[in-house]
Design a protein around this ligand. Sequence first.
Ligand SMILES: Nc1nc2c(c(=O)[nH]1)N[C@H]1C(S)=C(S)[C@@H](COP(=O)(O)O)O[C@H]1N2
Ligand SMILES: [Mo]
Length: 317
Amino acid sequence: MSGWRDVDPAEITPEHVYRNRRAFMRGIGALAVGAGGAALSACGPMPGDGTGEMSPVWPAAEGDVPQETPNTLEQITTYNNYYEFSTDKEAPARLARGFKTEPWTVTVGGMVSKPATFAMEELLQRFPQEERTYRLRCVEGWSMVIPWLGFPLRQLLEQVEPTSQAKFVRFEAVKRPEEMPGQKSPFYAWPYVEGLRLDEAMNDLALLVTGLYGKPLPAQNGAPLRLALPWKYGFKSIKGIVKIDLVDKQPTSLWMAAAPNEYGFYANVNPDVPHPRWSQSTERRIGEVRRRRTLPFNGYAQQVADLYKGLDLRQNY
Ligand SMILES: Nc1nc2c(c(=O)[nH]1)N[C@H]1C(S)=C(S)[C@@H](COP(=O)(O)O)O[C@H]1N2
Ligand SMILES: [Mo]
């Protein structure tokens, strides 16, 4: 199995994006130096141009899964689910344009020994940003391949030292109804909340995302900080995170509160368990016409299946 470090980022990133990315990484580097030299190994050598070839997603997928072609920046930034702005997928790109992501802080607390509030700049300085190309599978039956930039959630959790009582992690998104028109909708219990079991959160695949295609994250994709949990349906990958709490009880997510028979806590991608209103056995990759088969755990079983040994994945959907 080849790791994501073996993938030449030039193979997955068009050249014009890379030029911007270089500038972004230089910016982060400058910040780190200013802060007294926090380690920022970042993404290794910066290639000069892209080849446009297919490339493996991270980590290499199992079995006979073909290599993937990442979706274009245009696709990733104009077809979004971000209900705080709108339930219309084309609208967040427009409605999030003026959304203020600076300054931004993330408060990490609950059952931890070292609670802390981090400024975004501090997170970028403290944790080296890695590029990881992941599949994203929405419960609605569409999917994309996205080259994220971010750092493992585990690194942040280790920083605050969860106590032995901590069993789950609860994530809370920003609530600013004046700037987010979708939050005027009474159908959802804002703010958007999601949760993970602590061992899921510590899995190496769980990524805190700060960018995509080598550039800072666009607002419609959840800037400045969101999760990417590629083995779970997209709704678990909460955008606009402002608060993270270690807790001892399973958190109730916004979707569990809205429709408990449709959305469970685990939400692992599972082609064998249909959603009450639609099958999950196939998916439409954005940009393609024919549907593809959906894979257990979205193709990441090798990395995460062990987390669910002894758990009935039909009951725990
Ligand atoms: N705060 C927040 N996070 C969210 C959502 C949302 O509406 N609000 N939508 C989720 C859903 S359903 C999906 S499929 C993904 C979509 O991410 P993308 O628009 O970056 O592709 O974000 C998830 N995270
Ligand atoms: Mo979704």
